[in-house]
Design a protein around this ligand. Sequence first.
Ligand SMILES: [Ca+2]
Length: 341
Amino acid sequence: MEIGLKIRGNPLPPSLSPAVARNSIGLTILAVTAMESAFWGYPSPANPQQTNHFPPRTLYGGEGGNKDGSGTNQHPRQQSPPWRMLSSMPRASLLPFALILVLAPASAAGPAAQQPKPQPAQTKPLFSEDFESGKLDPNVWTQQITGDSAITVQQDKVAHGKYALKVSCPTPAQRTHAYLMAKDLPEALRHHLFGRAYVYVTPGVPDRHTIFLTAGTTGFPKYRYEEVATAHNKFQLTYVDTTIQGPLGEDYHAAGEIPLNRWFLLEWEFNDQPDQAAVWVDGELVLDTPFIYKTTSQSTDLVGGFTNFSLGFFLWGAAPVPFDIYYDDFALDTHRIGAVK
Ligand SMILES: [Ca+2]
């Protein structure tokens, strides 16, 4: 304690971090104890086997003395216990040596202690597209467009940076689509994935079932997939199998409301084991639902692996008025990605 107070009373060397200081105080006490031990010959914590010059039971007085309890035959040192004597002159004389022992390793550790801790690297999502190249990489994206629908990378309306994607339905239409499609998704996303995109819908969405994005198998438009869609201005989460004839293997659930004429943060979760999907808007959960194949009650591996992704719009019914949807900062990963940081 005495040494510790002295260290605290003086400015610590810059290299002496709090952790090093704590260790130094401990080492100081240990060093003084060891020196006391060497000097007076009683065991130190570092060397409990050390031979004592005096019988151990008499070191601190309590059980020392004659058999008759008079205590008159104690060794002169025992009459004044060594730790009491060391608390005055001997301990003070040992202090410089103890400080040398303590501060030398602390100084040697200085440069290492000054080095800042390595910060964890910013983890980039497994798949991401911010459109900042100003164009679409044909090695990543293919396009599926019908009618007058269009896909452009533009600068008029962006969530972040200089560019964002625009998909448009410029004239009243029916059963049309404009999809940006990626294939060969990373293996880690094959059965369970999370997505994030900034979305701007204007002036509104068709009242009919309109898909924003899907994750599913190859074979568009005949494929199995989960989707984030809208119908009647609500969000709709759907499992669909368009590979079969007759009634589609479809399970859909709706909730919430599509924000219009402003950027919003759209997040989604697609799970195929078991089948389930969720959607968040601006960080708030809108809908979280399982999917069950209606004819067989199967509820896992309905898709059979997410290998392809579609982003844009797919209109099942009629669009009585034109509409545009902008996307920016699209990303996929194995966990929720959250807002752009
Ligand atoms: Ca951007």
